[in-house]
Design a protein around this ligand. Structure first.
Ligand code: PHE
Length: 449
């Protein structure tokens, strides 16, 4: 019988959970949607969504895990109060598998670009068209995509082999401070560049008129995906947390760091992009097409390109290991497997499932779903459908099945009793606003609203 893993310290939990939360969503998605949707006005909206939905779901998931001391399947079964609820846990584990598969296929590109940045290729573009052509050529090459995918998942497998404390926690204790340090350096450099204020204006001048209903949905979805909710990650990380540690005090810094990194990443990206008079574009285009051109024009572009791709790769590694861990934890807790076997089988499965995603812009590009490639389709399926369902089930299990009285007792562990205001906040959000808002977003996504 395995003894159950646990974090070595509260800081270990905080940095590992922050490592999970801080990922591609912070660095390539957040800056863009802020800039496009009213700057500071969107940031305010996002913070409201974080308070009404993101943070309460995070708390609910960590309570699920810590109370049950079990994988998502056991946690839902115990706290949901009936064996039927283990289905919710199975869904979470399945979602984790899907997320880790497509996430690795994308992160594989980062591996390739980091090598190129080191080789100096990314600081020598003379025009945006050349950078775009370069990117299209790469993702059109199946070996390049598969190679990155293998290396990336291999790195994550190596960390996961060493276990929760020796692998995930140790890697996070080292990598997260490094990420923050490098990102702050890049942001400071951005701020010192000529024309940086144009980027800051674009980002932070509140423009309330651009706050459309779509912006609200974007903010809700972002607050959810960025905190790694709805797919068992925070349930699993919560299950390794000691009962001596207070949950609210452990989770608040995670949400805070995640938001801080999103903002710093936005400052870094926008000051640099605007200083050379370019416009930021969204998603992969920003990272793989716009920034390499920018790095080719600015002083110290070589160093910045290496640092930038290193930052994004670190963020992706600490997120990917957290997406894989719920599956590993499930195999250990429910199937009584040894950790090394569970890690090998999980990572291999995620790798195999990620292959069609890695090939979606080359060998398999003829397979599409509507206008979506396999990769787009799978990521859309996970983030718009499976993850919201998972988060919804977590707040329902805690708010309506396990009950708030017991949750409050649990939240008081390791600290004093919750005050009346905190009780009101958690009752309102976990029981009412979070499930309701997730439902609205969900109905909108499937076209019923
Ligand atoms: N939070 C990660 C990001 O911002 C994504 C993620 C989702 C990671 C779910 C693990 C689980 O990129």
């Amino acid at each position: 019988m395995n003894t159950r893993s646990s974090w070595g310290s509260q800081l270990g939990f905080i940095l590992s959970a922050a490592g999970s939360a801080i990922g591609l969503a912070n660095i390539w998605r957040f800056p863009y949607i802020v800039g496009e949707n009213g700057g500071a006005a969107f940031v305010c909206l996002y913070l409201i969504c974080l308070a009404l939905i993101g943070f309460p779901v995070l708390i609910a998931e960590v309570v699920l895990g810590r109370e049950a001391k079990s994988s998502p399947v056991g946690a839902f079964r115990q706290l949901g109060g009936s064996p039927k609820w283990s289905g919710a846990g199975r869904l979470a584990v399945l979602t984790a598998l899907i997320v880790s598969a497509f996430y690795s296929a994308i992160a594989g590109w980062l591996v390739g670009y980091l090598f190129e940045a080191i080789g100096g290729v990314l600081s020598h573009f003379t025009s945006p068209e050349l950078a775009e052509e370069h990117f299209v050529q790469h993702i059109g090459n199946p070996w390049w995509c598969l190679g990155g995918h293998v290396i990336f998942i291999g790195m994550c497998t190596a960390i996961l082999y060493f276990g929760v404390r020796g692998g995930i926690e140790r890697a996070s204790l080292f990598l997260m401070p490094l990420l923050v340090f490098l990102l702050v350096l890049v942001a400071v450099k951005g701020l010192m560049m000529e024309g940086a204020e144009k980027g800051i204006d674009f980002l932070f001048t509140p423009n309330w008129s651009t706050l459309t209903p779509t912006a609200v949905l974007l903010a809700l979805g972002q607050s959810f995906f960025t905190l790694s909710l709805g797919q068992g990650t925070m349930i699993t990380y919560g299950s390794y947390l000691s009962r001596q540690d207070n949950i609210v005090k452990s989770c608040f810094p995670v949400a805070l760091m995640d938001t801080f990194i999103s903002l710093i990443a936005s400052i870094a990206v926008f000051t640099i992009v605007f200083s050379v008079g370019m416009q930021p574009n969204s998603g992969p285009g920003l990272l793989f097409e716009t920034l390499p051109v920018v790095f080719s024009f600015i002083p110290a572009g070589y160093l910045l390109s290496v640092m930038f791709f290193l930052i994004v790769l670190i963020a992706a590694v600490t997120s990917e290991i957290s997406a894989l861990e719920p599956i590993i934890c499930y195999l250990i807790d429910e199937k009584l497997w040894h950790r090394k076997t569970a890690v090998s089988v999980t990572c291999l499965t995620a790798f195999v499932l990620g292959i069609p995603c890695a090939l979606s812009h080359n060998l398999l590009q003829h397979i599409t779903f509507g206008s979506m490639s396999i990769l787009d389709f799978v990521s859309h399926l996970a983030s718009s459908l499976l993850i919201p369902i998972g988060g919804f089930l977590s707040v329902i299990a805690i708010g309506w099945r396990f009950g708030l009285q017991r949750t409050f007792t649990h939240l008081a562990m390791g600290a004093t009793q919750l005050g009346p205001l905190s009780r009101f906040y958690f009752r309102l959000t976990i029981k009412y606003t979070a499930p309701l808002l997730i439902l609205i977003v969900f109905l909108h996504t499937i076209g019923m609203l």
